[in-house]
Design a binder for this molecule. Structure first.
Ligand code: 3PG
Length: 208
């Protein structure tokens, strides 16, 4: 499945930064209870790879696919594939990272901030890019401007998306999904506040 088709089905990509892999399965359950279909686990903590393994292990039960985020190299793509991830996300556009993802059949979402980067990603075979940091770049107006000439590309805003702005992004024809951490706050995960995460995730899911 293409990245755009995959993301259009998911609509929401919670961005998870997790400090304790022992919390990962419960986190997946909370997201799955709310009807969320995927989660991006960022490679920003020592616990990230173990958490990915835990979440992949319960994915059939929770219905939550696992993606790997903050991917900075082709080697991390290979490791994500071996761990059973469904997709990878990167803060920027790196041709070698994108090529490895395509070679391995992984949906791939590179980050862009300009039209030139978006064009480079498209030339590398991407049908969708992450616009990062979307809030600082100008929000939905920026995506509207960027998508006007790049009519075949999907844009997933990330960075500063919140419950107030998410619906506006999702209503845009070029936005298959939105990504953000607002429903899976790092502190809530660390403290095991899964009821809070479940409630925020239900609210987020109601937007789509
Ligand atoms: C990130 O880099 O963490 C993602 O873009 C999510 O950003 P957010 O925490 O502002 O939602």
């Amino acid at each position: 499945m293409s990245a755009r088709a995959y993301l259009a089905r998911a609509r929401l990509v919670p961005v998870v930064t997790i400090d304790d892999a022992a919390r990962a399965a419960d986190l997946s359950c909370a997201l799955g209870d709310a009807g969320i279909r995927c989660a991006e686990v960022t490679l920003r903590t020592p616990a990230a790879w173990d958490a990915i393994t835990e979440m992949v292990a319960v994915a059939d039960e929770t219905g939550v696919d696992v993606g790997v985020g903050t991917v900075l190299s082709a080697d991390e793509v290979t490791r994500a594939h071996a761990a059973g991830a469904h997709f990878i996300v990167s803060p920027g556009f790196d041709p070698a990272t994108v090529a490895r993802a395509h070679d391995l059949g992984l949906a791939c979402l590179p980050g862009v901030a300009t039209a030139s980067e978006a064009m480079a990603a498209q030339r590398a075979g991407c049908d969708t890019v992450k616009v990062f940091p979307a809030g600082l770049l100008g929000g939905v107006d920026y995506i509207d401007a960027l998508s006007a000439p790049l009519v075949d590309l999907g844009f997933v805003p990330s960075g500063g998306v919140n419950p107030t702005t998410a619906a506006g992004y999702l209503a845009h024809r070029a936005v298959p999904a939105v990504s953000g951490s607002w429903m899976v706050r790092r502190d809530d995960i660390a403290k095991g506040r899964f009821d809070t995460i479940r409630a925020a995730s239900f609210e987020a899911a109601a937007l789509v």
